[in-house]
Design a protein around this ligand. Structure first.
Ligand code: ZN
Length: 149
């Protein structure tokens, strides 16, 4: 378990320092804004959907290290996925964070996103980790705004 938390910390630090796909997407055709009042995390997710495929994805905003790292990894995970695959990842990530999906025993598509499994023990951090996913899900479904409250 301590090994997992070391990996978790290293990944969070890396993505926080060098967030991937961290910019506004000029040719986005979907966009949503997410807010986590509990921590103050605020981010925008941009998608370029083409034939139900996530062609490009990016985010920008400000927030704690966990929200930023999670957003950075979310963009990597859903890029070039179909809308349905992105929704599946959203559902699995959300269920993992809520403690409803045991990634060690149940089949899933989360891959390295499973490093966030530990947030289920920290309710305050859970919303930081899931914010970008809720925002991506909102953008996919043409909602403009999402709040974790
Ligand atoms: Zn946060």
């Amino acid at each position: 378990m301590s090994e997992l938390s070391e990996l978790y910390q290293a990944v969070i630090l890396d993505h926080n320092k060098k967030p991937r796909n961290f910019h506004k997407l000029e040719n986005a055709n979907r966009h949503a804004e997410g807010f986590n009042p509990l921590c103050g995390d605020q981010l925008n997710v941009y998608l370029q959907l083409e034939d139900d495929q996530v062609k490009e994805v990016s985010f920008e905003g400000s927030g704690c290290a966990i929200s930023k790292a999670s957003a950075s990894m979310m963009t990597q995970a859903v890029k070039r996925k179909s809308k349905q695959e992105a929704e599946t990842l959203f559902n699995e990530f959300h269920r993992m964070a809520m403690g409803e999906l045991d990634v060690e025993t149940e089949p899933n598509h989360l891959g390295k996103l499973t490093i966030f499994a530990g947030v289920r023990d920290f309710p305050a951090r859970l919303k930081c980790a899931t914010l970008s996913w809720h925002t991506m899900h909102a953008a996919l479904n043409e909602q403009q705004k999402v709040s974790t409250e």
